[in-house]
Design a protein around this ligand. Structure first.
Ligand SMILES: C[S@@+](CC[C@H](N)C(=O)[O-])C[C@H]1O[C@@H](n2cnc3c(N)ncnc32)[C@H](O)[C@@H]1O
Length: 339
């Protein structure tokens, strides 16, 4: 729960309540909230302070340098020379194996890659076998992501949405993160996309009521965010389209967004909700940037990119899905923002 938001709502409620209730809300509830404290450091002392007091670290920058920020990526050899994507690929949906398609792209030409690979759960895709040995799965995925790293601009970002297969004890999000860090990308952070799909709670319990082998359940997926060469992505101010309220809300890295409910209509088993793509685009890219989804499915990334004035490139191995992605783009209008 966001306590500051909660406090604001209580204040609103207090304003429209009668005197006694208002006093109760203001005094009793606020006092309780203000009693919430946590540990901080002041000078060399460990102190106990209010939950919303910022804890200042003296000489923070120097300390970061001493520790060695993203030490695993400092010795990268990425070229800083960025290139233009050839016109023939811009604002196109391309059918093919993304590893092969990307081989035709020059180095350093994409601003943002946002994608979700097949998770190897055994879902029913039109032209992809979603159940192979994990070692083969990762070999294929890594070969494709090597191409993604190559085509990403210096200062570009790659954001991968994944859901570990908990029942196989395969932490895909950690394995992929190791891969990107070993390839000298900077881990920028992780977003928990909470889908609140509580029904999954009831499918299996492991050792019911016993600590011998309890089975943990998750209602969220992960978005792992990596940068190539630099945390900063250059762009002009007038090309931003995120509002102050959106920014304030979305930098909290737990996003509550329900799963897409149009999957039946598009006959695709694992689509992004449009709201997820909107947040990623507005928080991590500028209008006019080139956005690539190498596992584009029925084209949520590409349609939302068009809507918010990004250039897009979508690749999928299924011709059927690509046709649907193209239709979605045709039926998508560009939103004009007045800033
Ligand atoms: C999780 S889905 C992505 C869905 C997409 N985010 C959407 O909203 O529609 C993964 C997609 O990867 C595609 N795919 C699998 N192997 C591929 C490959 N080698 N190259 C390109 N696409 C591939 C599948 O056809 C599937 O549509």
């Amino acid at each position: 729960m966001d306590i500051l938001d909660f406090k604001k709502n209580i204040q609103k409620l207090a304003k429209i309540s009668d005197e006694k209730i208002s006093m109760l809300l203001n005094v009793v509830l606020f006092d309780k909230i203000d009693e919430i404290k946590s540990y901080g450091i002041k000078g060399k002392k460990r102190i106990y302070i209010g939950y919303n007091k910022e804890r200042k670290v003296i000489n923070r920058k120097a300390k970061e340098k001493g520790r060695g920020v993203y030490y695993y990526a400092q010795d990268n050899t990425f070229s800083k020379q960025n290139n233009k994507v050839p016109e023939q690929f811009v604002n196109k949906i391309i059918t093919g194996d993304s590893k092969d398609v990307l081989k035709q792209f020059p180095d350093n030409c994409i601003d943002l890659i946002f994608t979700s690979p097949p998770y190897n759960f055994g879902l029913e895709y039109e032209n992809h076998k979603d159940e192979i040995r994990w070692s083969d799965y990762f070999n294929k995925l890594f070969a494709m992501f090597e191409e993604c790293i190559r085509v990403l601009k210096y200062g570009g970002r790659i954001i991968v949405n994944v859901q570990p297969l908990f029942s196989d004890y395969i932490p895909i999000h950690h394995i992929l993160s190791d891969f990107f860090r070993n390839n000298k990308l900077i881990w920028r952070g992780e977003i928990l996309w909470d889908k609140h799909n509580y029904n999954c709670k009831y499918t299996a319990w492991g050792s019911w009521k016993s600590p011998s082998n309890p089975y943990l359940k998750y209602t969220w997926e992960f978005l792992e965010i990596f940068c190539k060469g630099d945390l900063k992505h250059p762009g002009r101010n007038e090309m931003t389209d995120i509002t102050g309220d959106e920014f304030k809300k979305w930098v909290y890295a737990k996003w509550d967004i329900p799963p897409e409910n149009n999957m039946k209509k598009y006959e695709h088993p694992a689509m992004f909700p449009e709201a997820l793509v909107e947040r990623v685009l507005k928080l991590f890219s500028f209008k006019g940037d080139v956005v690539l989804d190498p596992f584009n499915g029925v084209g949520t990334t590409t349609a939302v990119s068009k809507k918010f004035s990004r250039n897009y490139i979508g690749i999928d191995i299924s011709g059927e899905y690509c046709k649907k992605a193209e239709n979605r783009i045709k039926n998508t209008d560009v939103i004009t923002t007045l800033f």
